[in-house]
Design a protein around this ligand. Structure first.
Ligand SMILES: *[C@@H]1O[C@H](CO)[C@@H](O)[C@H](O)[C@H]1NC(C)=O
Length: 490
């Protein structure tokens, strides 16, 4: 079928990055937390961890608690993309990447975020061809990568279930669409066919919502037979180009939204791990969070499970746990899409590290669901590493794992004691990172401190998803705050 979009060519000299960490979220109506309960004992300043619990188990231990859904809340289940709880993991298209690949891909996402933020005042960079007649200037790394967690939502009438990567670091939602005029990558579910849905409409290129794609994607929209054409590219060679349309989006049996703007991708390429596309949870007005604001008031929360063999949740609306601690969202340093936070300090083993406050204020900080490893300003990372190594000096060190330079061989231990790590924020709160958020295990003989330093002191501090594990992270975009509560999931 010769549609105008078949002439869409996307010449992007994208820089390398790819990251599809193995975690993913699957929406469902239940949740629960099969407590793995491997922490042997807990002191004030250290975690006692069974070495065997550092690696995920081979079978899925699904949640036992039931997620409640009511008038102002919709909860969905979260699982690790390549783990035993994921249906995508059976797909060869999403074969698990190696740890080195994951970390390399993560580094590319981080580069893309840094570049996007530092370029926000300047323009220029690469050209992206959306159609033969429309060449649009794109900033280097103008958008960020595809995220690591997946949610299953319903799209269209009748609704089709689609597993989408969710990403707090990007805005527009898109899925691969038939007839895949140019190219679709392999995905697990059937590719969405707008011609089989009674609720699909195209957006006209003359509409103002088409123009607002510029801020949401970093690319000026194109036009094909008067239909609005979006194009979004990620920090690697991944991209999606297609028609910008509206559809009915179904989150749960009770929560559905008509006329949600989304991208119907006709030319898609990249490392989306067998998922059908991306769910944008950023702060731009085209994100799903903004488009459902009337119902949920820009409130959502999630809990990322401690391992690929357990489950977490993503909830829209509702209220935070009573024990959640809040800190204000900041926008000044973080760019319009990102959730900025004001970090003030880091503690290791109960002791606040001597890091000047200007180290954090110079860099600024964001929280991101799609970055794996937390990136600290260089001065903060050296202080953290020195203190951690000192407190871990009884354990034998081993070779570095990609960007992780502080690794241990625990093969002759059954239980280890690891110093607690806490983040402090401008509101005066301190958030304890879970034991599962401190170490990244490639194998029992190579377990690394799961933090890395930025190379430049002005690069933004990124609170990554390993460090968010098991925390309930509650975003309130209306009140302008983010809250953290321990033990959101296991
Ligand atoms: C949307 O626009 C494209 C390009 O003009 C066209 O091929 C397609 O049929 C349109 N879909 C609808 C539902 O109007």
């Amino acid at each position: 079928m010769a549609t105008p979009i078949s002439s869409v060519s996307l010449t992007m000299r994208c820089f390398l990055y790819a990251y599809f960490l193995c975690l993913c979220l699957l929406f469902s109506l239940e949740k629960g937390y099969a407590l793995e309960g491997r922490k042997v004992a807990e002191s004030h300043h250290s975690h006692s961890i069974e070495v065997s619990s550092l690696l995920p188990s081979a079978s899925c231990k699904p949640s036992t608690k039931v997620l409640s859904n009511n008038d102002n809340k919709a909860s969905l289940k979260v699982v690790h993309k390549h783990g035993p709880c994921s249906k995508l993991s059976q797909d060869e298209a999403s074969a698990a990447p190696t740890h080195t690949e994951i970390l390399l891909q993560d580094q590319s996402r981080v580069k893309s975020i840094h570049s996007r933020l530092s370029n926000s005042k300047t323009s220029g960079g690469k050209d992206v061809k959306v159609t033969d007649s429309t060449t649009i200037p794109a900033k280097d790394g103008s958008t960020v990568g595809s995220g690591n967690y997946i949610v299953t939502v319903g799209l269209g009438t009748p609704k089709k279930d689609l597993s989408l990567i969710f990403d707090t670091g990007s805005d527009i939602t898109w899925t691969q669409c038939q007839p895949c005029a140019r190219s679709c990558y392999k995905q697990k579910e059937q590719i969405f066919d707008p011609s089989q849905s009674t609720s699909y409409t195209n957006i006209s290129c003359s509409s103002s919502i088409c123009n607002s794609l510029t801020s949401a994607t970093g690319n000026t929209p194109g036009c094909a037979s008067s239909a609005c054409v979006y194009g979004i590219q990620y920090g690697d060679s991944s991209f999606s180009v297609g028609f910008f349309g509206t559809e009915k989006l179904t989150l749960t049996s009770t929560d559905a939204f008509n006329n949600i703007y989304f991208g119907c991708g006709q030319n898609n390429q990249g490392l989306f791990g067998g998922s059908a596309g991306l769910l944008g949870l950023g702060r731009d007005k085209l994100s799903v969070v903004s488009q459902t604001a009337q119902k949920y008031n820009k409130i959502f929360s999630y809990c990322l499970p401690s391992s690929s063999s357990s489950t977490g949740f993503l909830t829209f609306g509702g209220s935070a746990s009573k024990n959640a601690k809040f800190t204000p969202l900041s926008t000044i340093s973080a760019g319009p899409s990102f959730y900025g936070l004001d970090f003030t300090g880091i503690s290791v083993g109960g002791k606040k590290l001597a890091i000047s406050a200007s180290v954090f204020s110079t860099a600024g900080a964001i929280i991101d669901s799609g970055t794996v490893i937390t990136r600290l300003p260089p001065a903060a990372y050296s202080a953290l590493r020195a203190s951690f190594r000192n407190l871990m000096s009884k354990y034998p060190m081993t070779k570095a794992l990609s960007i992780l330079d502080t690794c241990y061989d625990f093969s002759s231990y059954t239980t280890i004691s690891v110093p607690k790590i806490g983040f402090s924020f401008s509101s005066g709160i301190e958030v304890d990172i879970d034991a599962k958020g401190i170490l990244y295990a490639s194998s029992i003989s190579q377990v690394c401190l799961a933090f890395a330093g930025n190379s430049d002191a002005t690069d933004v501090f990124i609170f990554g998803n390993v460090q968010q594990k098991t925390l309930e992270v509650f975003y309130d975009g209306s009140a302008g705050k983010v809250g953290f509560a321990p033990g959101g999931c296991s």
